[in-house]
Design a protein. Structure first.
Length: 427
């Protein structure tokens, strides 16, 4: 077993990992420049084509050009968040929400950093770094949410036809009723045709899948096979059992009432869970996400204090992601709460709200009495350690004690976590 204090240079290593992932996806060699905003307008409540034309085109009389160029069926029914292309522009979409770092690759040009409000043209590739979240607004009012470590190529998005290609990672689409328009997401295996719905397309961790939350999605494969996916169903798009509709696992519930953690009430048939935090109820403004086999999550304390929307999903044995269970949580300002987070490499990050300049002794054991102790190590001026990998399944107990100083009452933080047995091989 390896135990190490939480490294101070984690942000530098994460940045290096992000760049490696970016290179692996698109063979980028240079990172420079920034994507500037192009002539687009994101509709706000109360906007009209008349007012938008007057604001951007110096006269309200050019509003019919906006209507024709953006395929707006009823001028009076603009939707907040809808992206309008302004006269003379070549943009087909715009970045309406962005948290973290994202990049745009256009033709043979070097990748450019994206900013909120930046425009996307036909055939552009958009990439999110690890820990970044981005929302694209389309001309028909639809939204495409790109979580961490994802890549999408926007093929066409002219208000009448929207065609996107998922290159890596996953997307979550909120598609407006199409009324004769076309909305399609492709990957290397299949095309997903949509007529107004809420669904996911994923190509992560060796799994290529589609899952429908609301509405219906028509799946067509490269070999001519087809499938209509209804709400609360999903399918693998590649491998054994591909193009077979399967019911999604039900929405998990959060058993934690307050505090700095979220704990999933177990879902029958679940092999792992995902948690997402967002600033809005539609989860277009993602702020954080995490995967866990146990369904235990520590809420991040480095976010701005306030109420957040929390979403939990469960993954079945085929790695289809289930229906979302949403609730509201409050994240307080200040120190990180005590918690445990499983890392991708099988180690566990254990953290507690350390007092500045205070030293601690960290202990790990298989019993609540801490006898015998698997580890007993000093932690100098830190509020966290990494332990593992832990090969033996079962419950582990941890404790962090302040090294006593004269005139001060030492504080003790403790908890436990479950190390699961290795899951059976996927069918």
């Amino acid at each position: 077993m390896v135990l190490s204090t939480r490294p101070a240079d984690r942000s530098e290593r994460a940045l290096a990992n992000n760049r490696v992932a970016l290179l692996a996806v698109l063979s980028f060699t240079v990172l420079s420049g920034a994507a500037r905003a192009q002539p687009t307008h994101v509709v706000r409540p109360g906007d009209t084509l008349w007012d938008i034309s007057r604001q951007h085109m110096n006269t309200p009389l050019r509003w019919p050009e906006l209507q024709r160029g953006n395929a707006v069926p009823v001028p009076e029914h603009l939707k907040p968040g809808q992206v309008l292309l302004l006269g003379g522009g070549t943009a087909v979409a715009a970045v309406v929400e962005l948290s973290g770092s994202a990049w745009l690759k256009r033709g043979n040009d070097a990748p450019r950093a994206l900013a909120q409000g930046a425009a996307v043209q036909a055939n552009d590739v958009v990439v999110t770094d690890r820990g970044a979240f981005l929302s694209l607004g389309m001309g028909d009012g639809s939204r495409l949410v790109m979580p961490s470590s994802s890549a999408v190529q926007v093929l066409v998005a002219n208000g009448r036809v929207t065609q996107l290609k998922l290159l890596d990672g996953r997307v979550e689409a909120h598609v407006e009723k199409q009324r004769g328009r076309e909305f399609e997401i492709r990957n290397r295996t299949a095309a997903l045709g949509v007529r107004g719905t809420h669904f996911r397309a994923r190509a992560e961790e060796g799994v290529i899948s589609a899952e429908v939350i609301e509405g219906a999605v028509a799946v067509s494969s490269a070999n001519g096979q087809g499938l209509l996916l209804a709400a609360a169903s999903g399918t693998l798009l590649e491998g054994p059992g591909a193009l077979q509709s399967q019911p999604l696992l039900p929405a998990p519930q959060n058993a934690q009432q307050g505090g700095g953690q979220a704990t999933v009430l177990p879902v029958t048939g679940a092999f792992s869970y995902r948690m997402q935090l967002a600033r809005d109820e539609r989860f277009l403004q993602l702020a954080y996400e995490e995967r866990s086999q146990q369904g235990e999550f520590a809420l991040p304390a480095d976010l701005q204090a306030g109420f957040y929307h929390l979403r939990l999903t469960a993954f079945d044995a085929r790695q289809l992601e289930g229906m979302p269970g949403d609730s509201i949580v409050y994240i307080a300002a200040g120190a990180t709460p005590a918690g445990v987070r499983r890392m991708d490499d099988g180690r566990y990050e254990i953290s507690w709200p350390a007092r500045p300049g205070q030293r601690y002794v960290f202990e790990l054991a298989r019993t609540a009495a801490f006898a015998p102790a698997l580890a007993s190590e000093p932690v100098l001026y830190g509020g966290g350690v990494l332990v593992g990998p832990l090969d033996m399944p079962g419950r582990y107990h941890w404790r962090s004690r302040e090294i006593k100083v004269p005139g001060a009452q030492p504080m003790v933080f403790e908890g436990s976590f479950e190390v699961p047995a290795l899951p059976p091989a996927r069918p």
